[in-house]
Design a protein around this ligand. Structure first.
Ligand code: SAM
Length: 262
């Protein structure tokens, strides 16, 4: 979970690599805009816009696009690449736009990183004109056939186990919870759709190469050298089993959520 200041520090660093690491965001951005189905010329606010996966798709649909993000570097890059988009640094909890300024508010893979998604949805509703739409995407939390990797990671990197959140604190945002929050924030007509984004990889080494820039490059060297070697050996063994039992496919999926403010 991140505040705007933490998001700024984290996402500024990712400005060059973000859409390579998170290969699926551009596809889901297009899916989200198609799901929201804005009329040409619709006034669209994309919050937590990042490198513009959703904003670019909305521009291609003829929307008048405003984008904000906590990361000034992401926004500077988006404005350079697409001067037609009004992109600026901003906090999605306090956007500063007048009531009823937009026909559509979008947030691609943003809700799951927020401490207070209900406060964010309340702000989205405030800036929507009556009859406006909110459209959100959420990563589906599922390890699928990578359960062996999760177990191995816990054994090496969190040997005490992963603790459950305390009962008074919500765990990761689920799609059911997001739909309920949309209702609490005053939205109606909540609709959801799932998109599947399987990514096949050629074999165990390809899985290792895939995982390295996604955390392992920092975590493995932090182990004592012989533990690091053992981790790599056990990782490749687990990947070989997966490869032999149906192939290595990363089972990414997301849900799209749409609702209206009447
Ligand atoms: C997972 S990225 C998604 C980026 C983009 N929407 C996409 O689909 O690729 C989450 C984004 O939310 C932004 N963010 C997080 N908290 C924010 C806040 N309070 N105000 C504005 N942006 C925020 C981050 O800077 C980051 O760019």
């Amino acid at each position: 979970m991140v505040t705007a200041a933490q998001a700024k520090a984290k996402y500024d660093q990712l400005v060059d690599r973000y859409e390579d690491i998170f290969f699926y965001v551009a596809d889901v951005g297009r899916d989200l805009v198609a799901f929201a189905d804005p009329a040409p010329g619709a006034r669209l606010l994309d919050v937590g816009a990042g490198r513009g996966a959703v904003a670019r798709a909305a521009l291609a649909k003829g929307c008048a696009v405003t984008a904000i993000d906590a990361s000034p570097l992401m926004m500077r890059r988006l404005a350079e690449e697409h001067p037609e988009i009004s992109a600026s640094e901003g906090d999605l909890y306090r956007t500063g736009f007048a009531d009823g300024s937009f026909d559509l508010v979008t947030a691609g893979f943003v809700m799951q990183v927020l401490d207070d998604p209900l406060a964010a949805l309340t702000e989205f509703r405030r800036v929507l004109a009556p009859g406006g739409t909110v459209a959100l995407s959420l990563e589906r939390q599922s390890v699928g056939r990578l359960g062996w990797f999760q177990d191995l990671s816990i054994e090496f990197f969190a040997p005490g186990g992963v603790s459950e959140p305390p009962p008074d604190q919500p765990g990761p945002l689920t799609h059911d919870r997001l739909d309920a929050l949309l209702g609490e924030a005053g939205f109606e007509g909540v609709t959801r759709e799932t998109v599947e984004l399987p990514k096949p990889l050629s074999g165990p080494d390809a899985l290792w190469d895939w995982m390295m820039p996604r955390g392992l490059a920092e975590m493995v060297p932090a182990l004592p050298p012989e533990r690091g070697e053992e981790f790599r050996r056990r990782f490749l063994e687990g990947a070989r089993h997966m490869h032999e039992e149906g192939g290595i496919v990363l089972e990414f999926a997301a849900t799209l959520h749409r609702a209206y403010y009447r």
